[in-house]
Design a protein around this ligand. Sequence first.
Ligand SMILES: C[S@@+](CC[C@H](N)C(=O)[O-])C[C@H]1O[C@@H](n2cnc3c(N)ncnc32)[C@H](O)[C@@H]1O
Length: 261
Amino acid sequence: MTRFGSDATARPGPCMELFGCCGDELPTLRDLSQQAVAHALACALADVTAHAPPGAVTDDASSGASGAVTGNGPWPVAVDGTAGNGHDTLFLARLVGARGLVHAFDVQPRALARTAERLASAGLEERVVLHGRGHEELAAALVAPRAAPLSMPVGEGAWPPRVTTAMFNLGFLPGSDRSVTTRSETTLAALKALLPLMAPGGVISLHVYAGHPGGADEAAALDRHLAELDWDRWQVARYEFANKPRNPERLLLVLRLPDPA
Ligand SMILES: C[S@@+](CC[C@H](N)C(=O)[O-])C[C@H]1O[C@@H](n2cnc3c(N)ncnc32)[C@H](O)[C@@H]1O
């Protein structure tokens, strides 16, 4: 969990607070992912605040969730491409702000049920649309005019929505059917659909586990596709431990650069 996520106006530098206080370990890939995602959302919320009328910004310290800001948007839209047990969905829901929106996808009903439960316990279910379909259908789900219930706050930003951040935690769901894993074709389809929807300054985080059948292919396919992105519009970084003996994992962070002035 980010240490600055409850402050909607914070614009932390990317190097802040990554290391444990005793210096006994490096940041995990999950730490790096959350830091990058939280930073993108904090910047997007700061823009909402900047456009808010005077006196419209309030502090929501009681709930621990950010975003008790009343402004004219556009409010952040976030995507959790693999809802699983709902940890990342909840992380995003806490940070998108009161009128922001998270689209969370999973193909397993059990995963969606767990995610719904987790959100309900935190009282944040209204910030999330759960999609019981594959992330490869992301474009249809987000761009279709009826992507969200009419009660959802979808009308405040650009249309089609500009996505501030997206998280993909690939592989299989721990404690569940290990034969249901993400796959190269569908992960790439989701990524290709997502790239044109990303807002300038937006970040995609892909946590890739190569240890399951098909995992190495998926990692290689992502590397190939991301390596071809135009350096003037995108920055792509890959993080991994060089000597981790088991369960190889890596983190890919994709930043949509701001449009040239
Ligand atoms: C590693 S788990 C995700 C963990 C999750 N982010 C969390 O916070 O608990 C991977 C998930 O991806 C889901 N999945 C597999 N193929 C998918 C697809 N095509 N679209 C969306 N989700 C998919 C699996 O059902 C599984 O729940």
